[in-house]
Design a protein around this ligand. Structure first.
Ligand SMILES: [Zn+2]
Length: 310
């Protein structure tokens, strides 16, 4: 059976799959990224994993994968296949596409950004299926986003399109890792909620999930922390709505695991803020932690279809 390699490289773990043309997953595997061994070892681990996946494909389906798609974090030059920078994995100007192509016997390789790949998958085969304009927001350690237009993701001129986590929603607010103050991710990421709830509850181990449980139990301190994050997120979404006018906003990442505890007040807060804008549907992501890997598979298939039409 015709298949491609799909690989998502995360800070701690890698998720991979062999994916058929209709998007169905034929084989899945996970492996630690091993970043504690340094950037060179991480690259070697990625290349070994990809080579093992290719072998798996040959064994199972009697033919090598036709292409590979790899999603990585940080700053990516998608056009030239270069992983420009990742603070998390410690690399700079890594020619990832070339290295993988060489290791995989010259098959075409697509390099994608992890969040944009995840957004692509949510838009095409997940929560945004059939929607031509969507915004994907991932609420994790930070906040990242992807702008979906007609089945593709708008990366921007420099690869920074969709960075809704660094929209300033509280001028002069908390210091952000990017250097600015009051960025959305300092207020509404899973880490921000964890920090705020640890402080409010007096339990240094308390996290965002514990905050959501306390909200469900009616704890007024948790409600205040939660609403603060929801309000910031709604401000960010309304700003995006004014600029991009998506029909659907897909919210994923750790904080979205809270389900209705997040989505009910979030929808209300967005609606309350709209004036002339049409309300977007605010929906949970569907593909969970496999989104970026599935998106990498879509990128690989897209590459093959481009080669056919070129
Ligand atoms: Zn920032």
């Amino acid at each position: 059976m015709k298949h491609v390699i799909a690989l998502d490289v995360g800070g701690t773990g890698m998720k991979a799959a062999l994916v058929a043309q209709d998007g169905s997953v034929l084989f899945e595997a996970r492996r630690p990224t091993g970043r504690e061994h340094g950037p060179d070892a991480v690259v070697a681990t990625i290349l070994d994993f990809a080579a093992d996946l290719a072998q798996e494909g040959r064994t199972r389906f009697g033919a090598a994968p036709l292409a590979a798609g790899v999603a990585v974090p940080g700053t990516i030059d998608e056009k030239n296949g270069i992983a420009v920078f990742s603070a998390n994995l410690g690399w700079r100007d890594l020619p990832m596409r070339k290295l993988l192509g060489e290791r995989l016997g010259g098959i075409p390789v697509a390099l994608g950004h992890d969040v944009r790949s995840g957004g692509l998958a949510e838009g095409r085969i997940g929560a945004g299926q059939g929607v031509s304009r969507f915004l994907f927001i991932a609420l994790g350690t930070g906040i990242a986003g992807a702008i979906g237009i007609d089945g593709a993701i708008e990366a921007g001129a420099h690869g920074y399109g969709g960075e809704i986590g660094h929209v300033v929603v509280r001028p002069g607010g908390p210091q952000c890792g990017c250097g600015a103050r009051g960025c959305l991710e300092t207020l509404a990421s899973a880490s921000a909620v964890s920090r705020a709830w640890a402080e409010a509850s007096g339990d240094p181990e308390a996290d965002a999930a514990a905050c959501a449980s306390a909200v469900d139990a009616g704890d007024p301190r948790a409600l205040a922390v939660w609403q603060n994050a929801v309000d910031a997120l709604a401000d960010g979404i309304v700003l995006a709505q004014s600029l991009l006018d998506p029909s659907t906003v897909i919210v994923g990442g750790g904080l979205a695991e809270a389900g209705d505890t997040l989505f009910t007040p979030l929808r209300a807060a967005v609606t309350e803020r709209l004036t002339f804008q049409m309300p977007p549907k605010v929906v949970p992501a569907m593909l969970k932690d496999t989104a970026a890997s599935l998106g990498a598979g879509l990128l690989a298939w897209d590459l093959l279809s481009m080669e056919v039409t070129a």
